[in-house]
Design a protein around this ligand. Sequence first.
Ligand code: AMP
Length: 398
Amino acid sequence: MSSLPVLVLNSGSSSIKFAVYEAGNGERRKLHEGAVDGIGTDLGKFWIKDAEGNKLVDQTPALPNRAVAFALVADALHSGDFPAPVAIGHRMVSGGPTVQENQRITPELIDEMESYTAFAPLHTPIAVYIMREALRLFPGIPNFVILDTYFHRTMPEVVTHMPIPPEYAAMGVRRYGAHGISYESIVYQLQPDVPRKLIVAHLGNGASISAIRDGKCLDTSMGLTPTGGIISGTRTGDIDPGVLLFILRKIAETAESASAAADQLETVASKKAGLLGVSELSNDMRDLRDAIKAGNAKARLAVDKFTWTIAKWIGSYVAELGGLDMLVFTGGIGENDIASRAEICAGLGALGIVLDPVRNNVRGEALISAENSPVTVRVIPPAEDLIIVNHVVRLMGA
Ligand code: AMP
């Protein structure tokens, strides 16, 4: 296959990240990357950098809505200043029970994925909006959906099935997991020596952890939605369902309708909880570490809950895998927060996880376990764009 520019689109609730890769003949080279950030504000950010990191576009436009934000990206890519894409890959958190395979996007497929918005309520609305816009603004160019749930499709039924009445299971309620493209990229980077028993902790603003056997997902912490699993920036993680019922009944006392009450509960569980809810300060680990240094007890409690939960989850995955060869930290906290890695691993010596404090004192890719640690511990940044490009190239050839 000759060289082709592939556009990767990765949208969040208030941002659209993008990158253009030159792909072909086994080569993957990033040409440009950029982002539109601050959708819904008067002072957004729009930037594009070349592969060397030089800023080619650096603007602070008003971004009243998604349409304005994505038009900036499309206009730049149509301007002739950047190579126009010949294919587009869209990251998608969940396509629900019926869209499990990475594939070419059609208007009907977008409608189908949109019908499962409840499975990733914070991510799906903007993702499907951008897919429709991309089909309109880049006519004739093939678009592909690359799913976070794809990596988790190998989980056995005992893991994916949830203990609920069958009528809800029939609606697709089960464990799907998230961050799958990140996990896939860690396994990809470990090739050809993928350890048999691997745990990867993706610790970012959203945090999850996966048990991976022979390169395939065995279990993951997020559930039907990214709100499940370990505590993260603004999300509860797994919690006694009675807590949600208690909060829902309180909300229902004043809510205008059942659906307004459900929306409020979602805001509580997904946007106001987690590190933010416990610390009453911030969902950002850097702020929490600063606050801890200043003696803030609530910030200390929030971070302790975070590290303690992850350590417990690692223990359960070691049991599930029947041992452990390697533990990998990734994501913004996993890559950069030296103290979180040390605190998570501090009590895990009995499982063969022993960090070297000097090796651990780094940010970015590193081997951080002690020389004699039975389990190898590494930090590996995710390479999600690369995985998306690889799938797009594979699907283009198919
Ligand atoms: P992500 O969602 O992967 O971008 O990760 C975001 C999280 O990484 C936030 O909680 C940040 O505070 C955290 N993070 C990023 N850089 C650092 C750093 N240098 N030290 C500690 N935490 C960091």
